[in-house]
Design a protein around this ligand. Structure first.
Ligand code: FES
Length: 104
């Protein structure tokens, strides 16, 4: 099993994920936060991220959450996507504010 380093640029957060698990479950299994977690099944769209660097593969994603154009630009659902190399990503999911607005 190969482990890859996943770096969330905007948050200066990193975690590792294997090529066999989704980016989201890799993050969760380490008790990390950063990418919003919702249904974990491709249905809600909150875990949407943009892959800025690195290779990955995705299971089928709903066009309701990721359009063909977005997909070609590197937008993916983290719960449907697995790393094939080290990855740099940016969180774009909608719960960002709720997740990170708890400190004030
Ligand atoms: S967590 Fe719901 S689409 Fe990924």
């Amino acid at each position: 099993m190969t482990m890859f380093e996943i770096h969330i640029d905007s948050l200066q957060q990193s975690f590792s994920a294997s090529s066999e698990q989704t980016l989201l479950s890799g993050m969760e299994s380490l008790g990390k936060r950063g990418i919003p977690v919702g249904c974990r099944g491709g249905g809600c769209g909150v875990c949407k991220v943009r892959i800025d660097k690195g290779r990955y593969r995705c299971k089928k994603m709903s066009r309701a959450h990721v359009s063909a154009e977005e997909e070609s630009q590197g937008y993916v659902l983290a719960c449907r996507c697995m790393a094939l190399s080290d990855i740099q990503l940016t969180v774009v999911g909608q719960m960002k504010k709720a997740v990170f607005g708890t400190q004030d």
